[in-house]
Write a protein that binds this ligand. Structure first.
Ligand code: UD1
Ligand code: MG
Length: 395
């Protein structure tokens, strides 16, 4: 338990260091050409981009400082040194570190989408190797209603490793595509992190307390550095977080989900990201044209955001595109304007969906609504995980 107290103290220090460093380093980023323009504002000021690299570095440094403090006792007594736990922590940090490097490369080089999918797969390899050596449990417990047909559990072998690799790809990219308004990337990550921490605290009394202590060791410094970043990224943003932050966050959640054996619960906390991803699929796979930016459209006259739109030329529409547009129309998930040659519909993101359902609104209200939705989804996740889980699993 004392290791958690140490990590809390280190995290508080990390918060203040990150909070100090971000404004001090802003100009350095602008001078290096790492800046963007806030597309939802009137002013065309340069806003430093990729400041997630600062919070990510402090997060990693805090975790590195923590290693000799927590494993110090073991170093004196080499016989009983917990090699397994040590390897887990190192692999976790290596995967996150890898993602920090690759995310920063993406911010600097603006990589293409196929590489964005490849990077987390490569970065998750150290994690999968440690999982193989330490646990190699590739068994899924079958929910009670399906046991009559499938048995109590099913061993999916190698497919389980593919599932874990895909989890890393999903978590990293899912945060990156639910983005574009001030504070959203960090805000959603902070709520997911708090949800994971609450879940860990509840489970500390259970027999999986070791796994949840491990998760807390990673999540607490992550949360502290993300909160400091949120302070500067909140509306009106003084810095942008960049893909670096999205990748580091996604990988951090994937790491704790995999190594602490609660990847399904982590996915429950990603409910808004899953909805956003499913809704985005037609654009991500180019069945519907996908512009470079799908963030909402800012109207200078009203100072409000409204849904941004994409144009589909009717004569270029395939059967699949027509079917997708028709289904979305029937279930009233798109706002479509049609003339003889073109169909103009909103870009398929959760942010735009909120705007078509609740009408144009100021940026800050939109981000608060999306944050509240994320909180609501976390509450739903806890209901599914606790009261409802007993209907599906022997808890
Ligand atoms: C993802 C989204 C893209 C969205 C972008 C916004 C997909 C497939 N990609 O692309 O639709 O437009 O994120 O981050 O869904 N920006 C703001 N305000 C903010 C945050 C960002 O105006 O609060 C703008 C700035 O110009 C900034 C740029 O977005 O420079 C960063 O975009 P980037 O992270 O490079 O976009 P992607 O992650 O590739
Ligand atoms: Mg991005």
């Amino acid at each position: 338990m004392w290791s958690i107290i140490i990590v809390i103290i280190l995290s508080v220090i990390a918060y203040f260091i990150t909070d100090q460093l971000i404004p001090n380093l802003k100009d350095l980023f602008i001078n290096a050409g790492l800046y963007g323009v806030d597309l939802c504002k009137n002013s065309k000021n340069k806003i430093p981009e990729a400041l997630g690299v600062v919070s990510g570095c402090i997060f990693l440094v805090t975790s590195f400082t923590f290693i000799p403090i927590v494993f110090g006792n073991g170093l004196m007594d080499r016989e009983s040194f917990p090699h397994n736990e040590f390897a887990e922590l190192l692999a976790a940090l290596l995967s996150i570190c890898c993602m920090l490097l690759l995310g920063f490369a993406d911010d600097v080089l603006d990589l293409r989408w196929r590489y964005k999918l490849l990077l987390p797969t490569v970065a998750s390899l150290p994690l999968l190797v440690v999982y193989y050596v330490n646990f190699n449990s590739t068994t899924f417990v079958i929910p009670i209603p399906f046991r009559e047909w499938l048995g109590a559990s099913i061993n999916i072998g190698f497919l389980y490793y593919i599932y874990m690799g895909m989890l890393a790809v999903f978590c990293t990219n899912a945060i990156n595509i639910l983005a574009g308004i001030n504070g959203l990337e960090v805000g959603q990550s902070v709520i997911i992190a708090i949800s994971v921490i609450v879940f860990d605290i509840i489970e500390l009394r259970g027999d999986q307390y070791k796994a949840h202590t491990f998760s807390l060791h990673i999540m607490l410094p992550y949360l502290a550095t993300a909160l400091a970043l949120l302070k500067h990224n909140w509306y009106p943003s003084k810095v942008f977080v960049g893909d670096t932050f999205c990748y580091v966050s996604g990988m951090t959640f994937a790491v704790v989900g995999i190594l602490s054996h609660f990847s399904k619960t982590v996915l429950l906390f990603f409910l808004p990201q899953i909805i956003n991803f499913l809704y985005s699929v037609p654009q991500l796979f180019h069945f519907v044209p996908c512009p470079r930016h799908r963030l909402p459209k800012y109207s200078a006259e009203t100072d409000l955001l409204q849904a941004s739109r994409t144009v589909i030329v009717k004569k270029d529409m395939t059967f699949l595109t027509k079917t997708i547009v028709q289904i979305l129309r029937i279930i009233q998930l798109v706002d479509v304007k049609e003339d003889s040659d073109t169909i103009v519909m909103n870009n398929l993101t959760l942010i735009n969906l909120f705007l078509i359902k609740f009408g144009p609104m100021p940026e800050v209200r939109l981000v608060i609504m999306l944050m509240l939705f994320q909180c609501l989804c976390s509450c739903i996740a806890f209901v599914i995980r606790y009261p409802m889980a007993s209907y599906f699993y022997d808890t």
